[in-house]
Design a binder for this molecule. Structure first.
Ligand code: ARG
Length: 265
């Protein structure tokens, strides 16, 4: 299945502030390496998988704009915009809003509560899995569900290192998701198992390598390298796995999925 996605070049990417446990301003990004890693990811999408990549213009002093997953959640042509928790990221919203307007998306909605786009909101079939409480407020789930008219299941995250849902759960295919169980409360783990027929569980090492922050089209899985247990499990299940380095983005608490927003028309 082909996909259309939105990326943002890492021209101004840096760790300029600390808003998650991975970010340390004294552990700076090597920008050349970040650019190479981003390009490699971009080329896997376009050349190996034949996905269409659209680009939003990067903005100076918005170093996290490269993480387009936080720029929106799209469903059936509607755009739920992000209301970022941290003031450092709040100016990104207007940039994404303008990009979607210019592309002709006129049904846009800005939640009143904090909501960080696909970072905390992953669509599985016709269901929305929505994460809280680190970056997205639980009441935002209802606001977004009402706007998009989609059935929504709230999942509670329990480990500050996995502060966005997309760092703890991967949508793999119509019957499968992968999770890092310890990133969720017991109740939310059980909920996932009740709803999804096949749940692949990642190890501690997979999670720390950001292995859950991956993109799948149901056949191909693009995943941070180093998530070895998860990569082996995917291969056993017959998926075609594309591991790729993301070390520079992980210094900011980001990986493959964070660098990717799905454009659902
Ligand atoms: N430095 C960014 C932040 O803390 C990383 C965002 C990662 N994005 C994601 N979808 N998990 O906001």
């Amino acid at each position: 299945m082909t996909k259309t996605i939105l990326m943002c070049s890492p021209t101004y990417f840096a760790v300029e502030y600390e808003i998650n446990p991975w970010m340390h301003t004294d552990n700076p990004v090597q920008l050349d390496m970040a650019k190479q890693q981003w390009q490699k990811l971009h080329d896997i999408y376009t050349e190996k998988l034949n996905w269409e990549v659209k680009l939003v213009e990067p903005v100076e002093h918005l170093p996290d704009m490269v993480f387009t997953a936080n720029g929106a959640l799209l469903y059936q042509g509607k755009v739920a915009l992000p209301n970022f928790r941290q003031p450092d990221r709040q100016p990104e919203t207007a940039k994404f809003e303008a990009w979607f307007k210019q592309q002709g998306y006129d049904q846009q909605f800005l939640p009143k509560y904090n909501f960080e786009g696909e970072g905390d909101a992953l669509i599985w079939n016709d269901l929305l899995f929505a994460g809280y409480p680190w970056r997205t407020d639980k009441p935002a789930h209802r606001e977004v569900a009402d706007f998009l008219q989609i059935k929504t299941v709230s999942l509670q995250l329990a480990d500050a290192r996995f502060y966005h849902l997309d760092t703890a759960l991967t949508i793999v295919d119509k019957t499968t998701v992968a999770i890092y169980p310890k990133a969720f409360t017991k109740e939310s783990q059980q909920l996932i198992h009740q709803i999804v027929p096949h749940v692949i569980e990642a190890s501690d090492q997979d999670a720390v390598a950001y292995g859950l922050n991956a993109m799948s089209d149901g056949k191909n899985i693009v995943i941070p390298e180093g998530a070895n247990n998860l990569i082996a499990k995917y291969r056993e299940h017959g998926y075609s796995v594309h591991p790729t380095p993301i070390s520079e983005f992980q210094k900011s608490g980001g990986g493959v999925k964070c660098l990717t927003l799905e454009i659902r028309v």
